[in-house]
Design a protein around this ligand. Structure first.
Ligand code: HEM
Ligand code: HEM
Length: 181
């Protein structure tokens, strides 16, 4: 079993990080969209926000560990034979997705700690507010959280679409090497 990435292949930890963070982020976009329309009288009103925050912090923690792992063992090179624009486009998209993985939960943290209250992580322990968030910063965090989260849906559609195109049309190992290759 391959653990560290090589110049041509992803090791198992990188694959697990990629798919678990991807599933969490897509699930959190759905949960965020669902929960903001609930009213105070809905039985999921409090629980949905509680799980959104806890799972969001988990996504941030996983993304940070993934980042550390990537510094230790860099991702493989893009496949040989790609055109320059494809390589540059793929790398650019990956950087943007990295930005989303970090910025969305950080802005969520700022919204949630703006009243000076800690976040309860699955009722296991508390994450204290470490930044003093005034009303202006809170409004900015809400706006950025909203736009980045929904923009991610379009980016991931392009990213996953490109992976599928490589798999089905170019018949290369782009998708396979993130799964079992
Ligand atoms: C990658 C992780 C995350 C994603 C993809 C995400 C996504 C979303 C989405 C789509 C919404 C609904 C926006 C709307 O329609 O108005 C939302 C709302 C919200 N999220 Fe997140 N979120 C994440 C992490 C977090 C974290 C870590 C926290 C706090 C610890 C958090 C706190 C909130 C809060 C408080 C709202 C309601 C904002 C409002 O009052 O409009 N989120 N999130
Ligand atoms: C169903 C959805 C998805 C599919 C099919 C998919 C597929 C892939 C594939 C095949 C690669 C390898 C590309 C290569 O070797 O050049 C990759 C890499 C990558 N993906 Fe995804 N992906 C999905 C969702 C996501 C999501 C939601 C994120 C984060 C928001 C994400 C972030 C990344 C990043 C940053 C890389 C570069 C390698 C790394 O840093 O781990 N992906 N993805």
């Amino acid at each position: 079993m391959l653990i560290k990435n090589t110049s041509a292949r992803f090791g198992l930890p990188s694959k697990l990080f990629h798919w678990s963070v991807a599933a969490l982020i897509l699930g959190l976009i759905w949960l965020g969209w669902y929960m903001v329309d609930l009213t105070y009288y809905d039985k999921w009103y409090n629980d949905s926000l509680h799980y959104h925050k806890s799972l969001g912090i988990l996504a941030l923690a996983l993304a940070l560990v993934k980042l550390g792992w990537q510094f230790y063992t860099p991702a493989p090179d893009t496949l040989p034979g790609l055109k320059t624009w494809e390589t540059v486009g793929a790398k650019f998209m990956h950087y943007v997705l990295w930005g989303m993985m970090l910025l969305i939960p950080v802005t969520g943290y700022l919204i949630s700690t703006s009243a000076g209250k800690p976040i309860q992580l699955f009722n296991w322990f508390e994450i204290p507010p470490i930044v003093n968030v005034d009303e202006g910063l809170r409004e900015l965090a809400i706006t950025v959280h909203y736009y980045l989260a929904y923009a991610t849906l379009f980016l991931v559609a392009g990213h996953a679409g490109a992976a599928l195109k490589h798999h089905l049309i170019n018949k290369d190992s782009t998708l396979k090497r993130m799964l079992w290759g």
